[in-house]
Design a protein around this ligand. Sequence first.
Ligand SMILES: Cc1cc2nc3c(=O)[nH]c(=O)nc-3n(C[C@H](O)[C@H](O)[C@H](O)COP(=O)(O)OP(=O)(O)OC[C@H]3O[C@@H](n4cnc5c(N)ncnc54)[C@H](O)[C@@H]3O)c2cc1C
Length: 509
Amino acid sequence: MIEKQVVVIGAGISGLKTASELYAKGCKSCVVLEARDRIGGRLYTAPGYNNNKYDLGASWHHDTLVNGLFLEEVGLPKEERAAFVFDDDAMIVFDKERGRVDQDPEMALEVLMEELLKFNQLQYFEDLDVKDVNYFETIVKYLYERRDLLTDEQIQYLPQVARFMESWHGIDWKTQSSKCLEIAHQGRNAFVLNYDTIVKRVGSAIPQEWIKMETEVSEIDSEGKKVVVTTKTGEKYACDYVVVTIPQSILAHSLKPEPRKGRIEFNPPLASGIQDAFKKTHYGSLGKVVFEFKDCCWSRKRSRVLSLGSSTPDITAKVRDADDLASLVEKLNLDTQYNFKNGESWDFPLFFVNLAKHTDIPSLILLMADPLTAYIESLPDKEKLYEYFEPILTKVLQALDCTEPIVKDFDDKSTSDGISSPVLKNIMTTKWTLDEYALGAYSACEPGDDPMDLILSLTNNQTSKIRFAGEHTIMDGAGCVYGAWGSGKREAAFIADKLGNFGSHSKTL
Ligand SMILES: Cc1cc2nc3c(=O)[nH]c(=O)nc-3n(C[C@H](O)[C@H](O)[C@H](O)COP(=O)(O)OP(=O)(O)OC[C@H]3O[C@@H](n4cnc5c(N)ncnc54)[C@H](O)[C@@H]3O)c2cc1C
């Protein structure tokens, strides 16, 4: 039995922050147990073609007016912090058939989008008992109720533009709760170059001997005076406090009997409040695909491009002729079934970041939501990925003023010097849905969910000795890096306070 004051489970940003704060506060006896062979968790910077690197986990500092991690970063000397750029410039939006639909004075889709979000918000503000429905239904309701005030083109394109929200929540419009749809941005978004700098900085503020990699925890026993944490290989740690930072998706498996990677057996089992709260929360799967080109032969004027899913051709007539909302929802639902298994790439909204604008790197990063993410992440190789995305990629490049056909050169054989075509050298994709220690991207809300329940039940805790941190345990910055980071800070402060700020106590261990 190894004795420690604190055991931290997981070396993602929340676990790293917990341990670094504990160390800064004087803790002498702590261990961080991490299942993977690297730190960072869902912060993962991967190498690509030509020594470029990409964040396959988080990319942005969100809410930069209130984001504690961002504010800490900007207070550091430039050479110690991760570079970043504000990239919220106006987005190019295009449809397969029609071409660009953004900033069209006749359609005014940007203004309509704002009105739709307000419409959604008002329906829940006005009456607390209004049933939570999926976002798709709210969009149809808006079209139905406002149809006499909308043009045919607005009815046709607004629904697909509205699906941009999928790339925030990581789940599709038919799964997303309308009640939890709104994102109240607290300041601009800053694109980070890259998050590995932050992971290294926070990780290096912890004594390296505290961090035990490839050490999966399988059991937490809190029946005795000390909490006993057991690893998969049978090592046992007795501690005063344990901070559990494993993702919500993995923690959910503690409620099920089946053994699986990452699952922790709690003895006694997780409290009933926590168990109930899990019924009202879900998990999304934002995914990314990086397209790396040899050179940039497209416009660098805009950094954001949204490719719309195909709109239903006769949607306008159906909306105008509908006798009631319920039958319209049913009809349009049937019209908008997904067909991705047959390689139909136009059923989903795809959000592209044009890296060349801010970084000179000739790459496009695509963001997608579930269920497309799970499908794409399961494709076996670059050829299949290319086959799926080629039609859209061609259109995205056209939207960025590049009309030359793409030359695929994964083997790096093409003597492409001097040609003006975009030469595609590599495609990378995330694998979070297949990753045993992530099982997706971050917490998300389906109709009827209430994320507060899980946050409150986890922060009220199993016992005061079993603490929880991570993106799913905090309201300010929920789902975000800075939320996870803030939850680590919170738990370290709690423990330091309880242990008398590590005065004489630490010396006795
Ligand atoms: C594709 C994608 C894009 C995103 N984009 C953004 C963005 O732009 N901005 C933003 O703010 N956020 C974004 N996020 C969310 C952000 O990455 C997460 O909120 C944050 O990194 C979560 O940190 P965490 O410490 O809570 O969890 P994690 O980073 O998941 O850390 C938990 C750790 O626990 C370990 N673990 C699991 N089980 C065990 C076990 N049994 N024993 C020991 N260790 C275990 C895991 O290996 C992991 O290292 C994105 C996430 C994804 C996946």
